[in-house]
Design a binder for this molecule. Structure first.
Ligand code: PEP
Length: 258
């Protein structure tokens, strides 16, 4: 039985002071999800240490995890502006998003560089949250499954079954990210179910849906058998709103299994 999983992607929002405020507001609200779900807050690099410090006091058992939003694959060197997996691990970062469509579109990430980042993260005991998903044009021309299969094989084909089983994957149709145009629960379920068949280990991986998941659609999306939870952008920025979204999603999951 896979555990429900919710990852906040703050993108380029929140100063260190705002990250601390968020932790103080969110930790008491999230306490009721302990034993029910895994939760990770993926924050800008500069917020990771303050967030971890704050959560150490608020959540000493470490129920709420901290994640980064990108990494560079080399361990160290003359790479101005970059951060290595060893540096993130040294600051007790548990997860790291790689291959988000905003990074692919705006910063040149490719399946090949995502594969190298995944390897670097696994070497530092950080769980990669690997994003895949098709453009609107690919979606409208019926190529969704082919595109996703190509990305999964190129980003994860070099791993063992055991390594793939330990990953978090986020299926994020690009046309749904930040647009308010959420995929249908059936569409998300079908694509994620398909990803589970692509290679050894993926059946057991945690696979999320991402793209305009909100408090009012989370229950329907997460009730689907193959959807383990969400990678949530704008609806994760408000701590009370993110807690409500998780609450609703867990109700959806409970309703589906009743
Ligand atoms: C994201 O950035 O991964 C995302 C899913 O954003 P949003 O929830 O705002 O669509």
């Amino acid at each position: 039985m896979r555990e429900p999983f919710f990852a906040a992607n703050w993108k380029m929002y929140k100063t260190p002071a705002q990250a601390r405020e968020y932790a103080n507001a969110f930790a008491p609200l999230a306490d009721k999800f302990r034993e029910r779900a895994a939760i990770v807050l993926c924050a800008p690099f500069i917020d990771l240490v303050p967030l971890r410090e704050e959560l150490r006091d608020l959540d000493p058992a470490g129920f709420i995890d901290v994640g980064a939003q990108d990494v560079f694959w080399e361990p160290e060197g003359a790479y101005t502006g970059e951060i290595s997996a060893a540096m993130l691990g040294g600051e007790s970062v548990d997860y790291c998003i790689v291959g988000h469509s905003e990074r692919r579109r705006l910063f040149g990430d490719t399946d090949e560089t995502v594969a190298r980042k995944v390897t670097a993260l696994l070497g530092a005991d950080i769980v990669p949250i690997v994003c895949v998903g098709e453009t609107l044009e690919e979606h409208q021309t019926g190529r969704r499954l082919d595109v996703v299969a190509g990305q999964i094989r190129a980003c994860l084909g070099h791993l063992s079954d055991e390594q793939r089983a330990g990953l978090v994957i986020a299926y994020e149709p690009i046309w749904a990210i930040g647009t308010g145009m959420c995929d249908t629960p059936q569409g998300a379920d079908e694509t994620i179910g398909f990803i589970r068949t692509l290679d050894g280990g993926l059946e057991d991986a945690t696979i999320l849906y991402g793209g305009s998941m909100k408090a009012d659609n989370a229950a329907y999306l997460c009730a689907e058998q193959n959807v383990d939870g969400g990678l949530v952008g704008s609806a994760s920025l408000d701590p009370a709103g993110f807690a409500t979204l998780i609450d609703n999603a867990l109700r959806g999951i409970d309703g589906a299994s009743a």
